[in-house]
Design a protein around this ligand. Structure first.
Ligand SMILES: Cc1cc2nc3c(=O)[nH]c(=O)nc-3n(C[C@H](O)[C@H](O)[C@H](O)COP(=O)(O)OP(=O)(O)OC[C@H]3O[C@@H](n4cnc5c(N)ncnc54)[C@H](O)[C@@H]3O)c2cc1C
Ligand SMILES: *[C@@H]1O[C@H](CO)[C@@H](O)[C@H](O)[C@H]1NC(C)=O
Ligand SMILES: *[C@@H]1O[C@H](CO)[C@@H](O)[C@H](O)[C@H]1NC(C)=O
Ligand SMILES: *[C@@H]1O[C@H](CO)[C@@H](O)[C@H](O)[C@H]1NC(C)=O
Ligand SMILES: *[C@@H]1O[C@H](CO)[C@@H](O)[C@H](O)[C@H]1NC(C)=O
Length: 577
């Protein structure tokens, strides 16, 4: 078994070839642009529903966009902005009601202007990060911090507060580099039913619009503050995790692009030692992260079958072996980094920022040629997972890491499954003036883990991850990533934002009838009940915190129990008796 897994993983790296199949269009209509559904890129929302819209519009200019918003406002239609990528996990991009209109930014993906002397670039919101990076580099400039995956759009990154990792400069969130944006919102008849506002740095409304969850209207243009392109030097260093809780407090101050890949069950952590170097340093390194490469559908199916089998037979040892093999495969292949675009010959990897900051080669290729695909593409039997992502303030993060380590000491094999998804990615984020942005400097934890295709099937050691999720959100008052997570992470979340009333003030001024709001946005903004969906088995999918056994899977031996370290937690635990 061990050999089979390492074989599959090793093969998958060599088969990670350039030509894959880009993801399917998230919007499907039965009649031209009418009678549509929208899904996220995983093909599954946390509650597994499918969102409907009566119509989708594809504006190509701001003028068209204004006319679309005006027409819909006149008719009091509910609207929602959707992207070509639709990468958020929760239902942030779903419009509401029978007559909902999706306004897609798919065709709003152009550069508006480039100002090399002022170091800014103005783009339309549908531009993907990949294009932004390459167009900025062509003008000798770079966006210093951004997500590591380039298949997201500028509007979507702002919508959900997306980020990379840094404590330096203005921090790692893309929205903290916005110096100006334009937003089209509903208006009264006297203003022609739509109004365009230009918001510049210093305008308090910009602090609402730069992380807006899409509820203020449609952002039609974004101006980003860039830097002259530069070079970086990257070394990954593996250590044990004994002193991780202390290291996280200083490491990010020492290295500009620091992050951590924590493998708690292996008691290991990989430190990213990553700094700017002079542009005359030699090296033409490239990041083509293995997890974002096109992968053979057969290999993906093989890996999924092994993982599902380990789940079904409660084979914790098997998961630990699979996890460790994955780690070994990734570390020996330098995660997909090369020193010159072809070969990895050793650390440090030195190169231009635009070639290292993000990747996503599985987006290349021909639509529907499904021999290879992005590993999570729902059209192939590949990865299917939950993602719990949250940030904890640096003042509190030590306690959280120690609590997780105490859990690992009590249940050593419980977190092995994370290593199949490359462990816990920990990235630095900073406080932001955005009302729905981070409230203090902190560390963001990205935890990816197995999700069953069958919502009634419990997961191996799911109690431990549920305890970590609840401990983060309630004991350490973590802030959820708006574009990831299961419902549980959003319970009471809005109260953790000191200025959320300011956000609501702007929302009411820009869209008094809530035409850009939906049940989901009202729920996460604390305006409506229903974030918790209480029903049989709800805790298995993170739709509720269990309070009775029926919220777990008593027929499979999973009962609602208190947490081991965080006693206030209520989790679904297997008990054989
Ligand atoms: C493989 C993968 C890797 C990822 N890596 C990272 C990472 O490294 N860091 C990170 O922070 N996140 C990461 N994410 C999460 C991702 O960044 C967020 O979910 C992102 O916001 C999604 O962008 P999108 O363009 O697909 O927007 P969508 O998910 O389609 O939309 C997000 C929200 O923005 C709104 N919106 C979009 N455009 C506009 C507009 N023009 N005007 C108003 N509202 C708008 C939408 O209505 C919606 O509410 C990753 C996700 C995946 C699948
Ligand atoms: C808006 O409505 C007007 C009048 O009904 C119509 O002529 C126009 O085509 C509509 N525009 C859009 C973009 O739907
Ligand atoms: C972890 O590594 C440090 C040195 O970096 C060492 O002193 C310590 O003993 C190690 N801890 C364990 C548990 O191996
Ligand atoms: C890079 O440039 C600096 C300043 O011009 C110079 O001192 C240094 O020697 C150069 N380094 C290399 C590797 O060429
Ligand atoms: C972040 O916090 C620091 C220290 O409290 C403060 O000086 C700074 O103005 C804050 N930054 C933003 C963008 O709010």
């Amino acid at each position: 078994m061990k050999i089979l897994i390492s074989c599959l993983i090793t093969m998958s790296m060599f088969y990670g070839i350039a030509n894959g199949s880009p993801p399917a269009d998230p919007i499907k209509c039965s009649n031209k642009n009418l009678d549509c559904t929208i899904q996220n890129t995983f093909g599954s929302f946390p509650d597994r529903t499918i969102c409907h819209a009566a119509e989708v519009a594809y504006p190509t200019t701001e003028e068209q966009l204004i006319s679309i918003v005006a027409n819909a406002t006149m008719l009091k239609r509910k609207m929602k902005v959707a992207t070509k990528t639709s990468h958020s996990i929760p239902k942030v991009m779903c419009p509401e009601g029978e007559n909902g209109l999706i306004i897609s930014t798919k065709l709003l993906d152009q550069t508006v202007s480039v100002d090399q002397s002022g170091l800014t670039m103005t783009v339309q919101p549908g531009m993907e990060l990949r294009d932004l990076i390459s167009k900025a580099a062509a003008a000798g400039m770079a966006l210093p911090y951004a997500p590591y995956w380039w298949g997201v759009t500028v509007g979507g990154m702002l919508g959900t507060g997306a980020h990379g990792s840094s404590l330096w400069g203005s921090g790692s969130a893309v929205h903290d580099y916005v110096v100006r944006l334009r937003v089209v919102s509903p208006a009264g008849a006297d203003e022609g039913y739509a109004k365009v506002r230009t918001l510049e740095s210093g305008d308090p409304d910009l602090d609402a619009a730069k992380v807006s969850l899409g509820v203020l209207g449609v952002i039609s243009q974004v101006t980003l503050k860039l830097q002259p392109n530069f070079k970086r030097s990257i070394t990954f260093l593996e250590k044990n995790d004994s002193d991780l809780a202390y290291q996280v407090l200083t490491f990010g101050k020492e290295h500009e692009f620091a992050d951590f890949n924590w493998l708690p069950s292996q008691r290991k952590v990989v430190y990213r030692i990553d700094d700017r170097v002079p542009t005359n340093s030699s090296g033409n390194g490239l990041n083509d992260f293995i997890g974002f490469r096109s992968t053979s559908s057969l290999l993906l199916a093989g890996l999924r079958t092994i993982e599902a089998g380990e789940e079904m037979t409660k084979n914790a040892n098997g998961k630990c072996i699979s996890g460790a093999s994955n780690t070994l495969a990734l570390t020996t292949s330098a995660y997909g980094y090369t020193n010159d675009g072809i070969l990895f010959t050793g650390y440090p990897v030195v190169g231009y920022h635009n070639r290292l900051q993000a990747s996503g080669s599985c987006l290349n290729g021909i639509q529907d040629a499904l021999f290879t695909a992005c590993p999570w593409d729902p059209r192939v039997e590949g990865l299917f997972y939950f993602q719990t992502a949250f940030s904890i303030g640096l003042s509190k993060v030590k306690g959280f890491i120690e609590d997780v380590q105490s859990l690992v000491n009590l249940v050593p094999k419980a977190l092995c499954g994370l290593d199949i998804y490359n462990g816990i990615l920990m990235r630095y984020v900073t406080n932001s003036s955005a009302y729905l942005g981070k409230q203090e400097d902190g560390l963001d934890f990205d935890i990816t883990y197995y999700r069953s295709k069958d919502p009634t099937k419990p997961r191996l050691y799911e109690d431990v991850l549920e305890e970590i999720e609840q401990m983060a959100m309630f004991k350490y008052r973590a802030l959820p990533h708006w574009g990831k997570n299961r419902n549980v992470a959003f319970i009471g979340a809005i109260e953790k934002y000191a200025k959320y009333n300011e956000f609501l003030r702007v929302k009411n001024a820009y869209d008094p009838d809530g035409l850009f709001s939906s049940e989901w946005s009202d729920q996460i903004l604390g305006l409506k009940e229903g974030i918790s969906i209480v029903k049989n088995g709800c805790a298995l999918e993170g739709l509720c915190i269990c309070s009775q056994d029926i919220h777990c899977a008593p027929e499979s031996g999973y009962f609602c129990r208190p947490g081991r370290i965080y006693k206030e937690a209520r989790v679904c635990r297997f008990s054989s008796s």
